[in-house]
Each structure stands twice: as structure tokens, then as C-alpha cells.
Design a protein around this ligand. Structure first.
Ligand code: NOJ
Length: 754
């Protein structure tokens, strides 16, 4: 930079900081003056959220919904409504509040915009497999654009709960097992949702949820007890939340679970000490659906009045569906059990977000019926979700067959393709769970997608996966008995050059309240796979699932396996593009796939036991009936081409910025993308560190024969850790380093942090 441009740069930076400051001052003055006009009841009203009247996303409200509480809206006793669909309905409620309540403070409308509103991207776990932060940010922007066009200004996403337990149904909603990757993806999602200007027509407020520990539910059963040590809390669970707070996430949702004996909603340590005091979070905390009231069932509060007292004092600013604040908070203030300062602080936090959304300038800015029509499912949005869908697919196996060829990619002149599996002909299940804003069966099925490539396709269902109707509310019933379609599928398979079997889970087998005790292919699908294999071994197994599955038989026998999660609206097109090689798969697993459910929790960044290695006696840490190794490790994923890692170079002369460089070469025949991953091991530390920790990654594409040097920089942030007391420290000493295309292999070296 020249001197002149340097001066210009500093002048601009100072000017922008001053402008930002002036905006801040103006906002605070506005909010302070509004607060002064508010009665205690009106303040409490801002802290109250009702469900809308179209869908429920939790147990049906006992005390009615927004419709039954119209009079409360008119009295200004409601700050927010969730689950309202469409601009006309949003406008109706907003008008009621703005025109009829005394102060006309606009509502903020919340919704679970988890992987899209109408146009759906892959489920978040699938999208995480792309390791492509730009594509993920774009996909969240698509979601924000459509949600904002439909009247919504606040999403309850992203979920940044780390989880190591594939039984937990909500692993589909997060970014998997790793803290580093989870934080990066969470930040990308917040940027996508919120952008730089919250009042813009294509941005909405985001939520970091669920604070904290919800992903560590015992035995993977949703809402179950969480008991973790402080080292795990600080090093594994907190960092993604902290990263989101540092990136200005506007709201945080607390959690249903008890954490070390205290429920999230009544947890002062989490909400006040950590979130608001230590991390200086200045947005607001929303409870989860009825999580306040559930403190009674937990045995933490005796009645709803105590729920209100404990929640408010612990720092839960807005009550979703417990009705605790609207019923008791004003009296609690009068009785001196909750201070006015606590209420004022909560209300100011809520009003700030409304202000930044531009709702005080124009309460109807998200209610433009024409924009709603124009913005839904437009070509750019479809292209963005197709792009991320392709990038989310993970190639798990592609063995070389007897003749020296591989099954994938399929050739466009392939003579006869037989497709088998109920999921292949399904436009609903591939949309995945958590998509209450979208339309049923609005996805592209695998058959739809494949037919664009080849006319030589025949299809047999083989067996139904589910029995009866499925929807967001019902438990999915799996077909465990009916094999009447096997015969036709087997007959057809006999005549095929290649059989594509689309098997896995139904889209509603994962998600909230949808834990599983088994991780195999549900129902009769395993039997179907084996029956077809008996007559034709040229099988490409296309997996659709919302969590890691344990499929050791398939891994041993099936030559080609593609993990496609639930890819959303463009599912079938993305899968067909990959099967036929129009897109070379580049996804890497964000979560370990076990060999058996008994290995769970299984994750790559575990600690070492004192007896990690096999010895010829039994006295080492292992199972007698299954290997310690996963079926597919974290970070794993193949390509139609191959990549070689070589020439690791380390420069540790500057402890503040240690450089690690490696050369990656495309040694195969196809152009392809690779995700180079850097892992460290802090060999000896005052608190035991994991055997491996991801601390950098880079995704890039290479043509056949092309090489690239990838350089990573390791600072204290990557090399330090939290003590059990929550203090971040760095220690000098030796570190192992590995760079590769998966967590289980790569080029290795050692450096010393002085
Ligand atoms: C309960 C879920 O845990 C939470 O993630 C969601 O945002 C709320 N319900 C609202 O639907």
C-alpha cells in the first residue's frame, strides 16, 4: 500500500467506525425512550412468544395459541409469534399489534428455517459434508431470501450442537462431530442468514442453538440428561457458540436438557456468566419450546411461577410456549423476586434486534405479497441449492471390478440400468426433516433425475420403506415384513448391466424426537439388498439418510456406495449428475460412520487410553467382537480421481504463526475437488489432548496432473486449549501434524512450539 492509500484507508476506517457509533447511539436513545413509556405489563409482553396457528413444532400448546390470544396481541402483551406462514397472515397479526396496541411495538416473526424455506438445500449434516463455506453461506442466503419474502424475520438456526452420537435424531440438523468444522460452518450460516445489514430484504436474524450440551444426550435419546466434564464443555461444546457470538449472531436459544444437573433455561452459569458476561453477547436469549415449563418435570422448579423466576434471573429473555412470563413475571417484579433491571435488560435486548431488522421504520417490510410471489424458487435459488447438493455427496466406495473398471461414473451409453428401492421414486423423503415452510413432495426424485440422462432405465420398488402416511407430526412406521415386491426386483436385476439401489432412512426418521436405537438399514432393506446381490453384483448403493449408518455388510460386498443424505429440492438432479460423472464427488464425512451401534459414541478426536495398542493378552482397550476402527472415518470421502499428498514442510521459527505446507497432486484421470485437512496432536499437555484435532482445511480443484501447494498457518488460537476451569492457555512443546484427505491418513511431521 502506498502512503496515500494508507492514509485513505485509515480515514475511511475511522469514518466508518464513527458512522457505526452514531447509529448505535441513535438506536440506544430510541430504545431508552421507548422503554420509559412502557408499563411493566408491556415490558413483560415483549418477553412473551406465542405459537401461530398453522403448525406446531412441539407438544400442542396447553394454553392456546396466538389466535386464542388475539386480545393479548391487541394489548401489547406479545413480543413475538412463531410458525406463521405467508405474508398475508404475518401482516394480519402485525396490523393487530401495530394499529391496536397502545405503543404499537412490532412483532418479530420466528420460524425454523433450517435448510430452506420453500426451496430446500440438503439437510445441514449433508451440507456440512461439502466443507464448502461459500456454498453453505449462499445456501443460507437462499433460505433467508425466501423466508424474508414470506414475512419471516428470524430463524431458529443454525444449530451448532456438536454430537458424537448417531442415534440422536437431531444430528441431521447440525454440522457433525467436530468443533472446528462446526464453528466455521456455523459462522458461514450466520453470515448467510444475517448478511451485513439486518434490515435488507434478503436477510433475517439467526439463532445459535441449543445452549448448551443438547447434542450429548445420554444414549442418543432426544431431550435426555447431559452430563459432561468441564474440559469437554469448554473445548468441544462452547467454541461454536462463542464463534457465532463473535460474529454477531442476534439470538441464542437455550436447551431442553439438564447440563450437569441444571436445565438450560434456568442455567445462570450458561446464560449470564458465560454468554452475557464473559462473551459479551448483546442479543437476546429465547427459551426452547416449553423448556421453561419442563423444569417442573425435571424437578428443578415447583410450579410455573418459580419457572418464571428462575428463567428470568438466569437470563432467558423470551419465553417460547411456557406462558410463564405472561402469567407471573409482573407479580414477581412487584414481589421483588425478579428485579426491574433484569426485565429492562431483557426487553432492551429484544427491542434492539427489532430495531436492527428495521421493524420500527416499517413494520410491514417483510409483508410484500408481490415479492413473496416473485422470490420463491427462482432460477438462481434453484442453482444455488443444486450446487451445494452436488458438493454434499460423499463417495464411500468405488472398487475396481474384475475387468479393471469401476462402476462409477456410469457411462451415458450404458445399456441397461435397473433402479430399485422405494426411495428412488420418492419426491418427499429426500427433502429431509425440518422443512415446515416447504411443500410436500416438491423434490426431484432419483428416478426423475436419472431419466434426464438415460432412456434405458427400468424401475422396481422392491419393498416399501414405510407403512402409511408420514408427516412432520407422525412417527414413521417402517415396513418390517412385506417382501412381496422382492421377486420382481430380483427378476429385473438379473437382466441389468448395473443396478442402482436407493436405500436408507425416511426423511422423517431423523430430526427432533426421532432418535433410533439401531443404525442399520431400516425394515426389509438389508434383505432386499442381499437378495439382489445374489443375482447381480454390479450394484451402486445410493444411500439416503439423516445420520451415519452402520452398514458393514454393504461395505464388504457392494462395489460402489454413494452417501447422499437428504439433499433437498434438487436431490435427484444432484445424484444423477454425480452418478453420470457430470460432477466429480468431493464431499467428506462430517461425522464418523460406525461398524456397529455398540461403538457409539465414536469420533476421531478422542483421547488416548493408557492402553491404546494391541498386545497379546486381553488387557488393552478394545472390544472382543468388533474392531475399534470406524467403518468410515471423519473427513473421509473418495473422488473419481485420486490425490497424492507430498513434500510436507514446516516452519516453526515464529511461535505466533507456524507454517505447514504440503503439495497436493491430482494423480488420476478426472478433474476434481479435494479437501486438504490439517490435524494436530499436542503430544504432552497439562490437560490430556485428543489424538487428533482438525485445525485447518482448504477445498480446491485440480486438473489431472496438476499440483498445488497448500499452506496452513497455526496460531495460538489453533494450538491452545481450555483448562477445566475455562481458562484458555497455550503451552510450549512438541506437536504432531498430519495433512491429508481424511482424518485417518496423510503426510506427517513434527514441530515444536517454543
Ligand atoms: C423445539 C426445537 O428444539 C427448537 O430447535 C425449535 O427451534 C423450536 N422447537 C421451535 O420450533
Amino acid at each position: 500500500m502506498t502512503r496515500v492509500s494508507l492514509v485513505f484507508f485509515f480515514a475511511m476506517a475511522t469514518f466508518m467506525a464513527a458512522a457505526q457509533n452514531a447509529k448505535q447511539v441513535k438506536m440506544e436513545a430510541f430504545i431508552d425512550s421507548l422503554l420509559q413509556k412502557m408499563t411493566l405489563e408491556e415490558k413483560v409482553g415483549q418477553m412473551n412468544q406465542y405459537n401461530g396457528f398453522w403448525d406446531v413444532t412441539g407438544p400442542v400448546p396447553a394454553n392456546g395459541d396466538a389466535k386464542m390470544k388475539y386480545e393479548n396481541l391487541r394489548k401489547g402483551l406479545v413480543g413475538s409469534v412463531l410458525n406463521v406462514k405467508g405474508t398475508a397472515n404475518v401482516r394480519k397479526l402485525q396490523e393487530m399489534v401495530v394499529k391496536e396496541s397502545r405503543l404499537g411495538i412490532p412483532l418479530i416473526f420466528g420460524f425454523d428455517v433450517i435448510h430452506g424455506q420453500k426451496t430446500l438445500a440438503p439437510i445441514p449434516l449433508g451440507e456440512a459434508a461439502s466443507w464448502d463455506l461459500q456454498a453453505i453461506e449462499r445456501s443460507s442466503r437462499v433460505a433467508a431470501t425466501e423466508a424474508a419474502a414470506m414475512g419471516i424475520n428470524w430463524t431458529f438456526a443454525p444449530m451448532v450442537d456438536i454430537s458424537r452420537d448417531a442415534r440422536w435424531g437431531r444430528v441431521m440438523e447440525g454440522a457433525g462431530e467436530d468443533t472446528y468444522l462446526g464453528a466455521k460452518i456455523g459462522v458461514a450460516r450466520v453470515k448467510g442468514f444475517q448478511g451485513n445489514d439486518l434490515s435488507a430484504p434478503n436477510t433475517i436474524a439467526a439463532t445459535a442453538k441449543h445452549f448448551a450440551g443438547y447434542g450429548f444426550a445420554e444414549a442418543g435419546r432426544d431431550y435426555n440428561t447431559v452430563d459432561v466434564g468441564t474440559a469437554t464443555l469448554y473445548n468441544v461444546i462452547f467454541p461454536p457458540f462463542k464463534a457465532l457470538v463473535e460474529n454477531d449472531v442476534k439470538t441464542v436459544m437455550n436447551s431442553f436438557n439438564i447440563l450437569n444437573g441444571v436445565p438450560g433455561t434456568g442455567n445462570k452459569f450458561l446464560q449470564r456468566d458465560i454468554l452475557k458476561d464473559k462473551w459479551h453477547f448483546n442479543g437476546f436469549v429465547i427459551s426452547d419450546w416449553g423448556s421453561g415449563m419442563e423444569m417442573i418435570a425435571h424437578g428443578f422448579a415447583k410450579d410455573l411461577e418459580q419457572v418464571a423466576e428462575l428463567s428470568a434471573n438466569a437470563g432467558s429473555d423470551m419465553d417460547m410456549e411456557s406462558y410463564a412470563y405472561v402469567t407471573h413475571l409482573a407479580q414477581l417484579v412487584q414481589k421483588g423476586k425478579v428485579s426491574m433491571a433484569v426485565v429492562d435488560d431483557a426487553v432492551k435486548r429484544i427491542l434492539r434486534v427489532k430495531y436492527e431488522l428495521g421493524l420500527f421504520d416499517d413494520p410491514y417490510r417483510y409483508c410484500d405479497a408481490q415479492r413473496e410471489k416473485d422470490m420463491i424458487g427462482n432460477a438462481d435459488q434453484m442453482a444455488a441449492v443444486l450446487d451445494v447438493a452436488k458438493k454434499s455427496i460423499v463417495l464411500l466406495r468405488n472398487e475396481t471390478l474384475a475387468g479393471g473398471k469401476k462402476l462409477l461414473p456410469l457411462s451415458k451409453t450404458q445399456q441397461k440400468i435397473v433402479v430399485i428401492g422405494a426411495l428412488a421414486n420418492d419426491r418427499n423423503s429426500p427433502l429431509g426433516s425440518w422443512r415446515i415452510g416447504s411443500d410436500d413432495s416438491s423434490g426431484v426424485s432419483v428416478l426423475d433425475g436419472l431419466k434426464k440422462y438415460s432412456g434405458a432405465i427400468t424401475y422396481a420398488k422392491g419393498a416399501d420403506l414405510v407403512i402409511g402416511k408420514t408427516d412432520f407430526i407422525n412417527e414413521v412406521k417402517i415396513n418390517e415384513t412385506d417382501k412381496s415386491g422382492f421377486k420382481q426386483a430380483v427378476q429385473l436385476a438379473k437382466t441389468a448391466e448395473v443396478v442402482i439401489m436407493v436405500l436408507g432412512e425416511h426423511g422423517f426418521q431423523s430430526g427432533e424426537g426421532r432418535s433410533r436405537s439401531k443404525l442399520d438399514l431400516p425394515g426389509v432393506q438389508q434383505e432386499l439388498l442381499e437378495a439382489v446381490y445374489k443375482v447381480n453384483k454390479n450394484i451402486v448403493l445410493v444411500l439416503m439418510n439423516g445420520r451415519p449408518l452402520a452398514i458393514p455388510w454393504a461395505d464388504e460386498h457392494i462395489p460402489a456406495i454413494l452417501e447422499t443424505w437428504q439433499l433437498g429440492t434438487q436431490s435427484g438432479n444432484a445424484i444423477a449428475d454425480v452418478l453420470f460423472g457430470a460432477y466429480n464427488p468431493s464431499g467428506k464425512l462430517p461425522m464418523t460412520f460406525p461398524r456397529s451401534v455398540g461403538q457409539v459414541p465414536i469420533y476421531y478426536n478422542h483421547m488416548s487410553t493408557g492402553r491404546p495398542n494391541p498386545i497379546d493378552l486381553v488387557f488393552w482397550s478394545h472390544y472382543g467382537d468388533v474392531s475399534n476402527k470406524p467403518l468410515y472415518p471423519f473427513g473421509y470421502g473418495l473422488s473419481y480421481t485420486s490425490f497424492r499428498y507430498s513434500g510436507l514442510k514446516i516452519d516453526d521459527s515464529n511461535p505466533a504463526a507456524i507454517k505447514v505446507a504440503v503439495t497436493v497432486t491430482n494423480t488420476g484421470k478426472y478433474a476434481g475437488e479435494e479437501v486438504a485437512q490439517l490435524y494436530i496432536r499436542d503430544k504432552v499437555a497439562s490437560v490430556v489432548r485428543p489424538v487428533k484435532e482438525l485445525k485447518g482445511f482448504s477445498k480446491f480443484s485440480l486438473n489431472p496432473g496438476e499440483s498445488k501447494e497448500v499452506v496452513f498457518t497455526l496460531t495460538d488460537q489453533e494450538l491452545g486449549f481450555y483448562t477445566a476451569e475455562g481458562v484458555f492457555i497455550t503451552e510450549p512443546g512438541e506437536f504432531g501434524v498430519m495433512v491429508g484427505g481424511s482424518s485417518d491418513s496423510g503426510v506427517t511431521g513434527v514441530f515444536v512450539r517454543k
